[in-house]
Design a protein around this ligand. Structure first.
Ligand SMILES: *Cc1c(COP(=O)(O)O)cnc(C)c1O
Length: 400
């Protein structure tokens, strides 16, 4: 690497990258050379893939691929415009009706991603006079939406509904709307938000309840309907966000709620208004995925069976997987450098599991994050645990 000249206007970026290098947090993007499969090919190696969010193995499912191909043949590669101009095809409306019916809500709007669904919704429904009460571990897309809205942001302790209530009591005299917002499943720890308690708090204090079910769509609830269904809270959560990028296997996000909420977002959510709609292939593949959730629920059962099997094996081998209650399985090792070294060594041995450190997770809580899918076999999981254990002993993460 050649040193940048001090006068280079971007040299401050190089300084920051050097800090990342010094702390062992610098990474290079791994290149996936096969489809996303339980055993994938990446950077020239065959590896058991415990790094994806492809919970149900739908990303490379023959029926989704067929639907995508047929949509391309009939409707082309792109839509040519944003939804509000000429970019709404009949299939976009059909997908929205299908998701709304699936979630038992009046209406649904599909966004280009889960990120834009969150950021676009929070930022368009709230303004500077409003208040947001947000779990401290909520996803970056929620945080960005909160900032864009210019509403006042009040952070409550992770999964602490009593703290959220305290904050709302303190806001009793404040005018403006109040939004209580949580992830359904938290993406780094795999724990579930205390929805029943939060819904009660929201109802008591007249707050809007919003949940982000990115990691719960297709995972929790009957047929993967998410945390509202899991906890039996239909009709009591005004805004449900889901993603089409994880268990659904494709790309996109959606917001489910009342007809008026969705009509409002059609008129005001900036990513919806100012960014082109999903191409036919994406829309058709997503639509097929929802059919599979309804027709083949055994895939979700397999996901949970694999989850229980994998977690039990980790526990038996002395690993600490924190508070996880879902397929997201953190293996906490402490320092970011250790997590990244562990991840790199695992990859060399044939296992792909991401290392995650500060600032994504708190200092001292760096981890490997492993996500099992419905498509893994017991043999894959046995081999994965064997590699995890062997390498952990070698690196003194576990006693040898
Ligand atoms: C992944 C994720 C998102 C973003 O979803 P994309 O469809 O990938 O943009 C939003 N919220 C949470 C909690 C997530 O984990």
């Amino acid at each position: 690497m050649t040193a940048p000249s001090p006068s280079h206007p971007l040299s401050f970026l190089t300084d920051q990258l050097n800090e990342l290098r010094a702390s062992g947090s610098f990474f290079r993007l791994r290149e996936l050379e096969s489809a996303c499969e339980p055993v994938s090919r990446a950077d020239g190696r065959e590896v058991i893939n415990l790094a994806s969010n492809n919970y149900l193995g739908l990303a490379n499912h023959p029926k989704l691929k067929e639907a995508a191909l047929e949509a391309v043949r009939k409707y082309g590669a792109g839509t040519g415009a944003v939804r509000t101009i000429t970019g709404t095809m009949a299939m976009h409306m059909e997908l929205e009706r299908k998701i709304a019916a699936f979630k038992h809500t009046e209406a649904c709007v599909v966004f280009q991603s889960g990120f834009t669904a969150n950021a676009g919704t929070v930022s368009s429904i709230l303004g500077p006079e409003d208040h947001i009460i947000s779990d401290e571990l909520n996803h970056a897309s929620i945080i960005d939406g909160c900032r864009l809205s210019r509403a006042k942001i009040h952070v409550f302790r992770h999964r602490d509904a009593a703290h959220a209530a305290e904050v709302l009591v303190g806001l009793k005299e404040s005018k403006g709307n109040k939004l209580l917002i949580t992830d359904g499943v938290f993406s780094m720890d795999g724990d579930i938000g205390p929805l029943p308690q939060l819904v009660e708090v929201a109802e008591k204090h007249g707050a809007i309840m919003m949940i982000d079910d990115a990691h719960s769509s297709g995972v929790l609830g009957r047929n993967g309907r998410g945390t509202v269904d899991h906890f039996g809270l239909h009709g009591r959560v005004q805004i449900q966000v889901g993603t089409l990028s994880k268990a659904i296997g494709v790309l996109g996000g959606y917001v489910c709620g009342s007809r008026d909420l969705v009509d409002y977002l059609y008129h005001r959510a900036r990513p919806f208004l100012f960014s082109t709609s999903h191409p036919p292939a994406v829309t058709a593949a997503c639509s097929t995925a929802f059919d599979l959730l309804v027709e083949e629920p055994e895939r979700i059962e397999r996901l949970w069976e694999n989850t229980r099997y994998f977690k039990a094996a980790l526990r038996d081998n002395g690993f600490d997987s924190g508070a996880s209650e879902t397929p997201i399985t953190p293996i906490i090792v402490g320092e970011a450098r250790t997590a990244h070294e562990y991840s790199a060594a695992l990859f060399e041995e044939g296992l792909w599991a991401t290392g995650i450190g500060f600032p994504t997770v708190p200092k001292g809580k760096a981890r490997i994050r492993a996500i099992v899918t419905a498509a893994h076999t017991k043999d894959h999981l046995d081999r994965a645990v064997e590699i995890l254990t062997r390498v952990a002993r070698r690196l003194s993460i576990l006693p040898s």
